[in-house]
Write a protein that binds this ligand. Structure first.
Ligand SMILES: Cc1cc2nc3c(=O)[nH]c(=O)nc-3n(C[C@H](O)[C@H](O)[C@H](O)COP(=O)(O)OP(=O)(O)OC[C@H]3O[C@@H](n4cnc5c(N)ncnc54)[C@H](O)[C@@H]3O)c2cc1C
Length: 386
């Protein structure tokens, strides 16, 4: 078998790209790309080898998100969201027989996991819940008014946050894995949006029941800080980098075509293209450095819970979400009318619409407010070349 990245590139260029337009136009789940990703065994890549996976690293997964993002943003974002759930199970489920069994199924059956963190009543504050797990002996029940569950209708399972128990405070949360058969979804809202239309991020009332053993055996506060937050910001950033990279590729192709059309002259957009490539490089450098830092910190709970680390992960989200639209706007200027058209090889309109989701997926203002609080307590700048 070739490397996961090589397989992802093939699925991206041969399948996801072909259907990206209809996925966007019809706001439909990218079925073709996901059957190809399952066929290429890319859904379970992060599962450790001992449980039947390939033990892929966060850097591998960010690279895959980048590769897919160049062809179909919705496919790439769904892939990223699935891997975020998988990362939580892999890192925090090893001590639980139920979750070890789940890892084996994730690898062998290539199950697709969705996420229900956002909840009516708390907005995007993922660190507090209204709903609670109701215990009944060795079993639980849960009802959650989840305002957004991307691809909820197409997933094989969902990771849902909830208060640990009905008498627990809003921030005392657990995360539970429920698989098809354990839950029902009652649709409460549709998904007719500017971009990321194929993620089908509809609202649902989730009603679930199962064994207490399905609850990850670590408080959600720890899972969030050590795994969910960094993995989310890095894989999302990988997706946005992919979208921006494709817009830049189109700007480069447009400029080359202009140069061929008027031999001996430098196309008027060439200087703007050089600036765009520079911005893309800055964006990439930020994501590569933060991915490397997460990988270095991974084995130390102390490093992962340091304020400076949390601020760095927040910054990679803020920086790359802002830069994605900036880079694509520049690509639009380079391509001009050909970029502004919804059709043709130089169109960057879908890229721009999709990239605008980045700032509102966990709102940048909310993240900045969170970083501002931490910066008040953080005395020194972290070592830059450590
Ligand atoms: C494409 C897409 C897919 C998604 N998929 C999922 C999914 O699968 N599962 C899931 O659970 N969620 C999902 N979400 C939801 C996402 O994770 C966020 O929870 C959601 O986007 C936040 O929505 P909001 O802006 O209404 O809420 P909020 O974050 O509450 O923001 C509401 C308003 O309050 C402002 N605000 C909030 N806090 C502050 C602050 N501290 N300082 C200043 N202003 C503030 C914001 O600027 C905004 O104007 C998805 C979102 C998108 C866009």
């Amino acid at each position: 078998m070739t490397s996961p990245l090589a397989r992802a590139r093939q699925v991206g260029s041969e399948v996801a790209a072909r259907h990206a337009e209809s996925v966007d136009r019809d706001a439909r789940f990218p079925h073709e790309a996901f059957s190809a990703l399952k066929g290429a065994r890319l859904l379970g890549v992060m599962v450790p080898r001992a449980h039947g996976g390939e033990g892929a690293s966060i850097a591998d997964v960010v690279a895959i998100c980048h590769a897919l993002g160049q062809h179909c943003s919705s496919t790439a974002l769904i892939y990223a969201m699935h891997q975020i759930q998988l990362a939580c199970v892999v890192r925090h489920g090893e001590g639980s027989a139920w979750h070890r069994g789940l890892m084996e199924r994730l690898a062998s059956e290539q199950l697709l996991l969705a996420s229900a963190t956002t909840e009516a009543g708390v907005g995007g504050d993922v660190r507090s819940s209204v709903c609670a797990l109701e215990h009944d002996g060795a079993r639980f029940t849960l009802q959650k008014n989840a305002s957004v569950i991307s691809y909820g209708a197409d997933a094989d399972g969902i990771l849902a946050t909830a208060r640990r128990a009905p008498d627990a405070p809003a921030s005392d949360q657990s995360i539970v894995v429920v698989l098809k058969g354990d839950y029902t979804l009652e649709r409460t809202s549709g998904w007719d949006t500017m971009g990321m239309r194929g993620t089908c991020s509809e609202g649902f009332v989730l009603r679930a029941s199962g064994e207490i053993a399905q609850v990850l055996p670590v408080p959600y506060a720890d899972i969030s800080a050590q795994t969910m937050l960094p993995t989310t910001h890095l894989t999302w950033a990988g997706v946005w980098l992919g979208i921006a990279s494709d817009a830049v590729s189109r700007a480069r192709a447009f400029t080359r075509a202009e140069a061929r059309r008027k031999p001996g002259t430098t196309p008027s957009g060439a200087a703007r293209l050089a600036e765009t490539v520079n911005l893309l490089q800055l964006m990439r450098a930020n994501i590569v450095a933060a991915t490397r830092d997460y990988q270095r910190a991974m084995d130390s709970v102390e490093a992962l819970t340091a304020l400076a680390f949390a601020v760095e992960m927040n910054n990679v989200k803020i920086g790359s979400s802002q830069m994605a639209t900036q880079v694509i706007n520049h690509a639009l200027l380079v391509c001009g009318l050909a970029g502004y058209r919804n059709d043709g090889p130089y169109s960057v309109t879908r890229h721009l619409r999709d990239a605008h989701s980045a700032a509102v997926m966990i709102n940048n203002d909310r993240i900045l407010a969170n970083s501002a609080g931490m910066l008040l307590a953080l005395k020194d700048e972290p070592e830059m070349f450590a």
